[in-house]
Write a protein that binds this ligand. Structure first.
Ligand code: UD1
Ligand code: CA
Length: 461
């Protein structure tokens, strides 16, 4: 049996943030969420999260994770003290406890599996994950004998100059035989530079403790400040983009592109420079996305182009063209073979197939049929200052340039709306609607003659 505990109670002072460190976002998922997701290759029977600073916020952020147990560490007196809080919860638990720092988010599921398998096969009291870092500054140094048996872990700030030369570091990911750990946890002392109870000191009391090296040291980089958060993002981006390129996606200037790791991209998609794909987005084959676009939580069908545009929480069906300079937001659904053109904003709007909104329009809370032509500058006036109202436009209708549809309003099918109309009433199918003042022409009309200079002078001149 395996239980997992994630240490997530610390404030993360070096982040200089009100947000608990483990809730900072890395490529669309919080640090602690990433650590939880790294458990996908093992089947823990229990998952405990130790919370403290900002505990309510951490609990809220993880509320969709079924079966998590939260353990409160009211004072943060160190990682060993955090582990001590588990004792009443795991009383009588017979099995292994995997402990992970909540601020080590790049760990791969296979690595955790390897740690656990090694621990169980060797029947160790504890097995810890280590890495050889080019720059080990800030990490606990791990001292082993020739057989990878751990003798001591010394925190960076407690190291002598000679000890600092050791580049083998503690990743903050451990497997313990719980019964052995529970016995010695109460014995921890806080006689170190930080006056904290260190989980790492448990290796002094347990036997045997084995170190397992991770192949790719980038997996175990801890996040303690914003600089490390940024470099972790860089590592993640390199991983994600290399995977997509290997899967058949073309990226023009990958350094200028960012892709969250929940994004799905089919082969033969071209991602152009300065393009950002975020959240639960999927892109079907044949699409060209960018340059200069942001697509977030959206589904893009086959052969769609999105040029210099922002698409959020929306669906765009096959063969449609979006942009340049379009903004789709708030559950927009664009049908097949549509054209959403220059300077168009769509909000909570559905467009049927082969409908065009090509220039300078705002459609909000609108349901538009198929083969509709929304003329340049057509606006739905959907907001009366208090409430939002719907607009419906039937199939094959055409709105003239600069029309205003004052919602709530229904324009039927096969309707033509004259340019410059302000429609306030419904329009039946098969009709022409004109709602504008008639043009007045006065033949022979001239400006009045200019008055003579003398008469024109003001008294002050
Ligand atoms: C810790 C390790 C260090 C290792 C490094 C790897 C100890 C003593 N040191 O150092 O050997 O190289 O991680 O990244 O363990 N936390 C609590 N309660 C507390 C204190 C911390 O839950 O009272 C949590 C934090 O939220 C964090 C994790 O434990 O997620 C690690 O704490 P942190 O203070 O960042 O430890 P490091 O100094 O990085
Ligand atoms: Ca840390």
């Amino acid at each position: 049996m395996i239980a997992v505990a994630i240490l997530a109670a610390g404030r993360g002072t070096r982040m200089k943030s009100h947000l608990p460190k483990v809730l900072h976002s890395l490529g669309g998922r919080s640090l602690v969420q990433r650590v939880l997701d790294s458990l996908s290759d093992i089947q823990p029977s229990r998952r405990l999260v130790i919370i403290g600073y900002g505990g309510d916020a951490v609990q809220d952020a993880l509320q969709l994770e079924a079966g998590l147990e939260f353990v409160l560490q009211t004072e943060q007196l160190g990682t060993g003290h955090a582990a001590q809080q588990l004792m009443p919860h795991l009383q009588g638990f017979e099995g292994d406890l995997l402990i992970l720092n909540g601020d080590v988010p790049l760990i791969r599921p296979q690595t955790i599996k390897l740690l656990l398998d090694t621990h169980q096969q060797a029947q160790n009291a504890a097995t810890i994950l280590t890495a050889h870092l080019p720059d080990p500054k800030g990490y606990g140094r791990v001292f082993c004998d020739g057989q990878n048996i751990v003798k001591q872990i010394v925190e960076d700030r407690d190291c002598t100059m000679a000890q600092k030369q050791n580049r083998r570091i503690n990743a903050g990911i451990y497997c313990f035989r719980w019964s052995a750990l529970a016995e010695i946890l109460p014995q921890l002392q806080s006689n170190n530079d930080q006056q904290e109870y260190y989980l790492t000191d448990t290796v002094n009391y347990l036997e045997p403790v084995m170190a397992v090296d991770v192949d790719d040291y980038q997996e175990i980089l801890g996040i303690n400040d914003r600089k490390q958060l940024a470099s972790a993002y860089g590592i993640l981006q390199t991983r994600v983009k290399e995977d997509w390129m290997a899967a058949g996606v073309t990226m023009v200037d990958p350094d200028s592109i960012t892709i969250d790791d929940a994004v799905q991209i089919a082969p033969d998609v071209i991602i152009e420079p300065q393009t950002h794909l975020r959240g639960k987005t999927s892109i079907q084959s044949g699409c060209r996305i960018g340059p200069g676009s942001l697509v977030e939580n959206s589904q893009i069908g086959k052969n769609v182009t999105v040029l210099y545009s922002v698409v959020t929480d929306s669906v765009v069906q096959a063969n449609s063209r979006v942009g340049p300079y379009a903004h789709l937001r708030g559950r927009v659904e664009v049908g097949e073979t549509c054209r959403i053109g220059n300077f168009v904003e769509l909000k909570n709007t559905t467009l049927g197939d082969r409908t065009n909104v090509a220039h300078l329009s705002y459609l909000g809370d609108a349901t538009v049929g198929t083969q509709v032509n929304v003329g340049a500058g057509t606006i739905t006036a959907n907001y009366d200052g208090v409430n939002k109202h719907p607009t419906v436009i039937g199939d094959r209708s055409k709105t003239g340039s600069n029309s205003v549809l004052v919602a709530p309003i229904t324009v039927g099918a096969d309707v033509t709306v004259a340019a410059g109309s302000t429609l306030t009433d419904d329009v039946p199918d098969d009709s022409l609607a004109i709602a504008r003042a008639r043009q007045v022409v006065k033949p022979g009309w001239r400006l009045p003659e200019a008055k003579s200079d003398q008469q024109n002078k003001k008294p002050s001149d």
